[in-house]
Every structure is written in C-alpha cells, then in structure tokens.
Design a protein around this ligand. Sequence first.
Ligand SMILES: [Zn+2]
Length: 305
Amino acid sequence: MKKLILFFPFFLFAAHIFVLHRVDDFRYPSTNISSKLLEKDIKYLLKHHYKIVKLSTLVKRIENNESVKNYVVFTIDDTFKSFYKNGLPIFIKYKVPFTLFVYVQATDEHYGDYMTWKQVKNAAKYGELGIHSWAHPHLAMLSNKQIIKDTQKAINIFKKNMGYVPNMYAYPYGEYNKRVKKIINKFFKIICNQNVGAVNKYSPINDLDRIAITGNVNIAQKLKIGILNVDNLKIKREKNTIKEISGKVKYPYVFIYITTLGWKKVKTKNGYFDYKPNFTLKKYRNRVIIRYNNKLKTTLILKEE
Ligand SMILES: [Zn+2]
C-alpha cells in the first residue's frame, strides 16, 4: 500500500501576538519602532489578508477551539505618550484594533513619558485595555504578599478611573516564574509573557507568547515563526547552573539557545534530545530557545539570588 504522506506546515495555522512599546522615540532604540515602519507593517498585514484583532477576540477563538490561522494581535505595553502621539493615529487610520496594557502608577501619578487617564480612555475607544501592573516591578523578586499588593492596587486604581476591571495582564519586563504566574492568574484569566513564539488554538491563554517588534523588524520574517511542540521538556538546574535540557520532538535534531551561551545543534535519538550544557547563568533574565527551522519553543529562566 502506498504510504500517505501528510504534510502539516503547523506554522501556517499559528497566530502571532506582537508587542510594541514606544513609537518614534529614538532615545530608546531597544523598545522603539518608527511610525513609518509600523504603518508599513500594518499595510503589509492588511494586503496579505491577515486578520488583525484584539487579544480578547483571539482568546475567544482559542477557547472555542477555532482556527487562529493568519490572526495577528498588536499589544502595546506601558502606555507611553509616544504611542498615543505617533502610533495610535496609524491604528485609527487603518481601523485596526489593539490591546493596550496600562502601567497604572505611571498614568495615575502623571509620569512625564506616559499617557494620562484621559488619553487612555480615548485610546480605548479604538482598542481594549489590560493591566501591566501598578509599579512595574520585577515580580519574581517580590514576595507573594508584595505581588498581591501590587496587583490589587493596579486593579483598584484602574477600576476607579475606568469603571471596570479588565481580565488581561502583561508581565512587566515579561518576567515571571511558576510562583508569579500562579498568583497573577488568580486575578487575570488572560496573561501575556514576552517569550518569542507563535500561538495556536492549543495555546494556554494564561501564558501567551509575544514577539517584540522594534528597530528594523521584518514583520514578514516574524510571521514565519511557528510553534515547536516539545514533549516532556525538562530543564534541570542546580541553582544558577543549567545542567541538562531534554525532551522529545519529531525531528532529527534541534538547535538550543541559552542567553549569552548561544546556539548549539543537538541531535535527537528516537526523537529524544538531551543536552548537558553545564552552564552558569550570567544574566538575571535568560531564555532557553529550542528551535527547528522556524519553529520555536522559548522558556524564560530567571537567575536566583
Ligand atoms: Zn513594561
């Protein structure tokens, strides 16, 4: 019998959630995108029939087990004035919605670079809002009590000004661990991280990967990012040394990246890969990325004190 070969290019069924911060604020190149490029990207997406939706719309589709193929979400963190001034007009011009995560203390206490409540309210007419903490802390460095306090304060002040409580949250700096996630998830159903990756209808809505767009980003390239399915992924660490990374994929090899160590090609045996880098973390925030072609699986690893 002829063997049926089914080819599933899984990345084609993925959605992509982008995150941007500042627009035309060239003082901060690592978190800035030019309005020119942002407009070009949006035009590209519309021309190629991507469906640009709010995060809540994408999540509804995931919850209903519906295809999210060609769905794109723009999230904006921090509520910078530069987004309001230089980014929002583009979203309005092309009638493209977005999800804006409010850094509540910065808005409430009138930090110079940040949107006012009036501006937040105005922007919300064209998109939707989530919460990006009260004080923008490094959550993993806080005690459980402190995390709860920050979150409750963000919710209360947001509610006082906007009249409702959103169900979406984005971690400051994209930083979290299991403990942080458990606490934040008690308050919010939908949570965004900042791990590079795509999203499909099986993605957990309380741990959504996002792709940052800054600088000279090539959005066509980013849209090719797919999901690498890794079974039984284990990252063994002894305090701040990564001893072993193992798991199962359906490929003959994978590339594995660790922040500051770089990429390493690792062959699989019967689908299993087992990498023993014995590497001591240099930075506070580290990523382990497992890659096969354009498919990625990213895990955030925070250094312990
Ligand atoms: Zn932020």
